[in-house]
Ligand binder design. Structure first.
Ligand code: DI6
Ligand code: FE
Length: 387
């Protein structure tokens, strides 16, 4: 992928050599040197892609929100439910009540769905704790899940203001106490926030991002999902790895992202689940050269989605990505969104041997089929996962 000029950067009749978990050679069989291989695996003409990367999930949470799903089907909106104390806050109550083991057990089941379809790297956020203890519990659970897939954690303390709590005191607790504590415990790879009318303001997110910068941590932002709050421009101002959602992002926001090299993360699962009508400005992002990632946003409220390939399908059918863009969006661009572009996301010498092998005739099938088991085998850093 992305090597050479063929569509998808595809190499026909290829050979790949892996040593110590990294790709040490890749190219056409005709050009391959003699390898003193310890073991050889034949893939019989199958397609091999980088292991898939889901760069935006809320995989760890207690309970579920089936009741809200039914309320929305009866006409209630997500914002109405949130303002009435449901939404994120109802997952907070269930997550606080869950034990470490319980959180891990339920998240591991969900993770298995992603691994079974070739995901070898997954990002997991906190944000259903909203107190020091539970945010740390969520992040510990996320770290613990690292195994079949590599886990990248995001600290999402500014996800919602907890019930009956003073806003300013809450923001101060997250910024001055919870983030430094989680960072000191080695639990934070990226700092995330939710900028939205029903969530946090530019000033509040800025306080968080200033703290992240002082700790040397990269940032990303849930931006412009339900309204244009200037989130894309704020993310770009802070040099964010990504700005996510972007349904309401303006041209000024897009231009700022292009200048900053901030990735646009598209989340069609939330768009569909909320029956939104405002689509992210894909044509303008493309025209501005902003790289687009695609992710599941797996979460109990707005995207109860257990398949990254389903997100690829919806990114094409709903947002008009090409299948090639969708595949880039869950491989090389997703790696960039997580700051891992030097390590994974393409099949190139020096990168980790994160591989997915598919029972398909052509790569567009990965976006074409909505669900279904197309994976033949997978490896994380040269270690077999699905065998
Ligand atoms: N945007 C989302 O789509 C999720 N979080 C966020 O900031 C929704 C989370 C939830 O409703 O539980
Ligand atoms: Fe999200």
């Amino acid at each position: 992928m992305t090597v050479g000029g063929a569509p998808y950067g595809a190499i026909d009749d290829a050979v790949m050599a892996v040593r110590d978990g990294r790709i040490v050679w890749i190219g056409p069989r005709a050009e391959a040197p003699e390898f003193k291989a310890v073991s050889t695996t034949r893939l019989d003409g199958r397609w091999v892609t980088p292991g898939l990367i889901d760069c935006h999930t809320h995989l760890v949470f207690g309970g579920d929100r089936t009741a809200e799903f039914e309320q929305r089907l009866n006409g209630a909106t997500y914002e109405e439910i949130a303002r009435a104390g449901g939404g994120i806050r109802s997952s907070v109550a269930a997550t606080r009540a869950a034990t470490d083991a319980g959180l891990i057990r339920t998240a591991r089941k969900r993770l298995a769905s992603f691994v079974a379809e070739g995901v070898t790297t997954i990002e997991i956020k906190s944000g259903y704790g909203l107190d020091l203890e539970t945010e740390l519990k969520m992040l510990r659970a996320a770290r613990y899940l690292d195994g079949d897939a590599r886990v990248v954690t995001s600290f999402l303390g500014l996800h919602a203001v907890p019930k009956d709590q003073d806003r300013d005191a809450y923001v101060a607790m997250i910024v001055d106490e919870a983030l430094p504590a989680a960072h000191a415990a080695g639990l934070v790879d990226i700092v995330d926030g939710y900028l939205e009318g029903i969530a946090f303001t530019t000033a509040e997110v800025s306080r968080l991002f200033d703290k992240a910068a002082s700790l040397g941590l990269p940032v990303r932002l849930h931006a412009d999902q339900l309204s244009d709050g200037g989130g894309a421009a704020l993310a770009a101002f802070y040099g964010a790895l990504s700005a996510d959602h972007l349904e309401f992002t303006s041209q000024a926001g897009i231009d700022a992202m292009a200048r900053a090299g901030t990735v646009a993360v598209l989340l069609p699962g939330a768009f569909v689940a909320l029956a939104e009508t405002q689509k992210p400005p894909v044509a303008a992002l493309r025209a501005a050269g902003v790289p687009m990632a695609v992710a599941s946003d797996c979460n109990p409220g707005t995207s109860p989605m257990l398949s990254l390939r389903a997100a690829m399908n919806l990114a094409c059918s709903q947002f008009r990505l090409t299948p090639e863009e969708a595949l880039a969006g869950v491989t090389c661009v997703a790696a960039k969104a997580l700051g891992l572009a030097a390590e994974t996301g393409t099949l190139e010498v020096g990168k980790l041997a994160d591989l997915a092998v598919w029972d398909i005739e052509r790569p567009a099938e990965l976006s074409y089929w909505l669900g279904g088991g197309l994976l033949h085998r997978s490896w994380r850093a040269g270690v077999p996962v699905v065998a």
